[in-house]
Design a protein around this ligand. Structure first.
Ligand code: AMP
Ligand code: GLY
Length: 428
C-alpha cells in the first residue's frame, strides 16, 4: 500500500520511521516532511492544508491511506473534504472529521462535551465580549490562580494562568476586547485551577472500539524546573511511574470509555488518535484538554514502545476492525530530549549545520526542524530541531543514554533541558 503522511515535525518523522518498518508498505510520501522523513520515503512539497492539491496528488499516485499528523488540516475539515469528493471518498483518512476535531478546535465545545458525558474536568464557564462583566464576577468568585483559555486554536499559546484577579481581568480585556489571539479569543473559557501532576494518555479508535497506547509526560516550558515560556515541548518520557494499573483503570473507566461512548452517542465520526491531557489530582485523573492527533514530542517516546505493525493498525482504524488488533507494548520505557535553537520559543536563526548525527549510538534521532541543504548537509530549519529518544529498563537509564548521545550532536546555539523526567522519577 502507498501511504501519504501529512506534516513535517518530529511526530511525522517518528510515524515515517514506524510505517517504513511495515511489510505492508510499498511507498511512503511525506508532505512536506523534513530531512529525517527523507530516510523513510519521498518528501513532497505540498502543505497539509492545501486540500485540492492533496486530492490531485492522491489520485495521481494511487495513495491507499492518508495519515494526518497535525491538527490544522483536521480542524479545517480534511476528512470531510475526502468524503465529499466521489473520486477520493474511498481513501481512508486517519484523523477525525471536522466535528470531532472540535474537541481540540474549540475549548468550549470540549468542555461542554466533557460535562455532558460526565467526564471529570475543572469547573468552568465560557464568556464573550458581550458577557465580560459576568466574567469579571466569575473571576471574583474563583480562588487564584485563574486559568483563561482562548476558545480556538492559538498555536499552543492560548492558555494564560494568572495569580492575581486584577491581572486576570486585564488579560480577559486583551483576549475578548482587543482580540489578543484573533478570532480564537472571541470566546474565552475561564476555569478552576487544578493542582497536581500532568500526564498524557493516547487512544487509537476507529469510532467503534479503542486501544490504549503508552502514556507519556511532556515538558512544555523552556527552562529547567518548569520555568519560562511555553514551547511546543522540550522532551517527553513514556512509562510514567505514577500511572500505575489502579490510576489507568480510573482513566479508562472514567474518561476513555465515556469519551468513546459520547462520540458515538453524538454521531461524531472519529477515526484516529485522541490525545487526552490529564491532571492527576490526588490520585484522580481530570481532563485538561483533548487533542485530536498524536502529540509532539510525545509520539517520539510513545511510538517506539508500540510493537505492532503500525500500517496494519492504521488500516484497521480505516476499515473499522481495530477490535481485531491486540496491542503489544514494549515493557522498556523511553525518554526523548529535544535539541532546540538558541532563542526558541522566541526568535531564532535557521540554517545552522548539524554534525555528529552518525556518531549517535544506542538512541534514535527524530528530526523536527531540519532540512537537507543543496550540498547534502543537514541544517536546522525550526525552533525544535531534533528529538533524541532512548529505551531503558527504567527512566534513569533511558535518560542517561539520550543525554550521552546529545553530546555527540552539534549545531551552533544547541539548547536542551537537563532535567527531563526528573520530577516523575522523584514523584511520591
Ligand atoms: P493547554 O494549552 O490546554 O495544553 O494548556 C496549557 C497548560 O496549562 C497545560 O498543560 C497545563 O499545564 C495548564 N493548565 C491548563 N488548564 C489548567 C487547569 N485547569 N489547572 C491547572 N493547569 C492548567
Ligand atoms: N506536546 C503537546 C502537543 O503536541 O500538543
Amino acid at each position: 500500500m502507498k501511504i501519504l503522511l501529512l506534516g513535517s515535525g518530529g511526530r511525522e518523522h517518528t510515524f515515517a520511521w514506524k510505517i517504513a518498518q511495515s511489510p505492508l508498505l510499498t511507498k511512503l510520501f511525506i508532505a512536506p516532511g523534513n530531512a529525517g522523513t527523507l530516510q523513510h520515503g519521498e518528501n513532497v512539497n505540498m502543505q497539509p492544508t492545501n486540500f485540492e492539491e492533496i486530492r490531485q496528488f492522491v489520485k495521481a499516485n494511487d495513495i491507499g491511506l492518508v495519515l494526518v499528523g497535525p491538527e490544522d488540516p483536521l480542524v479545517m475539515g480534511i476528512h470531510d473534504f475526502f468524503l465529499a469528493h466521489a473520486d477520493i471518498k474511498h481513501i481512508p483518512v486517519i484523523g477525525p472529521c471536522q466535528l470531532g476535531a472540535m474537541l481540540e478546535g474549540s475549548k468550549d465545545f470540549a468542555k461542554a462535551f466533557m460535562i455532558k458525558n460526565k467526564i471529570p474536568t475543572a469547573a468552568y464557564q465560557t464568556f464573550t465580549k458581550e458577557t465580560i462583566h459576568q466574567a469579571f464576577l466569575f473571576i471574583d468568585k474563583l480562588n487564584a490562580p485563574y486559568v483563561l483559555k482562548a476558545d480556538g486554536l492559538a498555536a499552543g499559546k492560548g492558555v494564560v494562568i494568572l495569580n492575581d484577579a486584577a491581572e486576570a481581568k486585564a488579560e480577559l480585556n486583551r483576549m475578548l476586547l482587543e482580540s489578543k489571539f484573533g478570532l480564537a479569543s472571541s470566546k474565552v473559557v475561564i476555569e478552576e485551577f487544578l493542582k497536581g501532576i500532568e500526564l498524557s494518555v493516547f487512544v487509537a479508535t476507529d469510532g467503534i472500539s479503542y486501544k490504549i497506547l503508552p502514556e507519556a509526560k511532556d515538558y512544555k516550558r523552556i527552562g529547567e524546573g518548569d520555568t519560562g515560556p511555553n514551547t511546543g515541548g522540550m522532551g517527553t518520557v513514556s512509562g510514567v511511574p505514577f500511572a500505575d494499573a489502579e490510576f489507568m483503570k480510573k482513566v479508562e473507566d472514567g474518561i476513555i470509555k465515556p469519551t468513546i461512548a459520547g462520540l458515538k452517542h453524538e454521531n461524531i465520526s472519529y477515526k484516529g488518535f485522541i490525545f487526552i491531557g490529564l491532571m492527576n489530582v490526588g490520585g484522580n485523573p481530570y481532563v485538561i484538554e483533548y487533542n485530536v492527533r498524536m502529540g509532539d514530542p510525545e509520539t517520539e517516546s510513545v511510538l517506539p514502545r508500540l510493537k505492532n505493525d503500525f500500517v496494519e493498525m492504521l488500516q484497521a482504524i480505516g476499515n473499522n476492525t481495530l477490535n481485531n488488533i491486540s496491542i503489544e507494548i514494549d515493557s522498556r520505557v523511553t525518554a526523548t530530549v529535544m535539541l532546540v535553537s538558541e532563542g526558541y520559543p522566541g526568535a531564532y536563526q535557521k540554517g545552522k549545520t548539524i554534525t555528529g548525527l552518525s556518531q549517535v549510538q544506542g538512541s534514535m534521532v527524530f528530526h523536527a526542524g531540519t532540512k537537507l541543504a543543496t550540498d547534502g548537509t543537514t541544517i536546522t530549519s525550526g525552533g525544535r530541531v531534533l528529538g533524541v529518544t532512548s529505551f531503558g529498563e527504567d527512566l534513569q537509564q533511558a535518560l542517561e543514554m539520550s543525554y550521552s548521545n546529545i553530546k555527540r550532536i552539534e549545531f551552533e546555539g544547541k539548547q536542551f533541558r537537563k532535567d527531563i523526567g526528573r520530577d516523575v522519577i522523584n514523584y511520591k
